[in-house]
Design a protein around this ligand. Structure first.
Ligand code: 8YV
Length: 331
């Protein structure tokens, strides 16, 4: 059995406190201020076998430069289901396993997506401000909302685990569901569209759950928004990089679409001023999975992946790009 205490795990930048505590209790923990290969000294270079990181929070990328500065690196445990902060393809090609945190956040993110959609069409945040500002007493009832969830047709961009959980919820709300994905999902009855523009023109409510990859970069563009149409509502719970934010701001201001609910942005925590100024947006600071309950489960899965790899030679949740990296510890 590998003595886990002798295995050095590096945490560059900020990571959930529960992951940090469990790694400290189990492994030989080393921390760096941020994700930056320039901070890796000679001693670390020789000893680090695993990295645990949350690139989305800490800033910086676990990229080729960072990983190749660690010749003994075997595994990168990413906090989050989205692993666009890690160059997983490079890792897979160089025998480094990358793990993420799927499943444990699926229902939470789906709940948030539905809440964001309802808030966007029924203006709940603005209605509450009306009450708190004393306008209910002073001016009477909050105006009727021009938008509703009733009679909407929903399109889901990205039919993975979270997309499906959102679809199931909205199906229970009585709404028809269609989707666009890299490929059609076998055994799924929802209408499949092989282009995003095709999906957008068939629905009036587009929910993006797509991961941030080169293929999805700015996929939600002016054409897609125009296909969604003047009653269109766009909700993004996936990655900001999938949206052309300038085109979205223009579409919201000139009536190309009706409203947007956004939990993610291209350059977090910076939110384009045009989206902040638009009266028809609901904007959240990337809180899709951000409950104590779910973040703790994600933090556990980060550490459980490291323990499974160094203890049994098999990670629990490797990402597709590194699924075929062979086991190294079979003792
Ligand atoms: C987290 C997320 O906010 O899992 C993801 O991909 O975007 C969120 O759950 C993020 O990972 C925190 O860094």
């Amino acid at each position: 059995m590998t003595d886990l205490r002798s295995v050095t795990i590096l945490i560059p930048g900020k990571l959930h406190g529960h992951s940090v505590a469990r790694i400290r209790d189990t492994f030989n923990l080393v921390e760096l201020d941020r994700i930056d290969p320039a901070l890796i000294g000679e001693e670390l270079k020789a000893s680090v076998r695993g990295v645990a990181a949350s690139p989305a929070i800490g800033g910086g990328m676990i990229d080729r430069a960072f990983m190749s500065a660690l010749p003994g690196l075997e595994i990168v445990a990413n906090f989050g289901v989205g692993y666009d902060g890690v160059d997983a393809r490079w890792a897979g090609e160089h025998g480094v396993v990358v793990t993420n945190t799927p499943d444990v956040l699926t229902e939470e993110v789906a709940d948030t997506a539905v809440g964001l959609l309802i808030n966007t069409v029924r203006e709940l945040t603005k209605a509450e401000a009306w009450l708190r500002d004393g306008r209910w007493k002073r001016d009477g009832n909050y105006p009727l909302t021009p938008l509703t969830l009733r009679d909407r047709k929903v399109g889901i961009f990205g039919m993975g685990r979270i997309g499906l959980a959102i679809a199931k919820r909205l199906e229970a709300f009585g709404l028809p569901i269609a989707y666009h994905n890299r490929r059609q999902v076998e055994g799924l009855d929802y209408a499949y569209h092989d282009t995003l523009e095709g999906l957008a023109s068939a629905v009036d409510t587009l929910v993006s759950v797509a991961p941030g990859t080169p293929a999805t970069a700015k996929a939600v563009n002016a054409k897609v928004l125009s296909a969604l149409g003047p009653d269109g509502v766009f909700v993004n719970i996936g990655r900001g990089s999938t949206v052309d934010e300038a085109a979205l701001a223009a579409a919201l201001s000139d009536g190309t679409i009706a409203a947007a609910g956004l939990d993610v942005f291209a350059d977090e925590p910076n939110v384009p001023q045009a989206l902040l100024d638009a009266p028809n947006t609901v904007l959240l600071p990337h809180v899709g999975s951000a409950s104590e309950y779910t973040r703790r489960a994600m933090a556990d899965l980060v550490v459980d992946n490291l323990i499974a790899w160094f203890g049994k030679g098999k990670p629990l949740t490797p990402v597709a790009e590194t699924a075929s990296v062979p086991a190294r510890h079979t003792d």
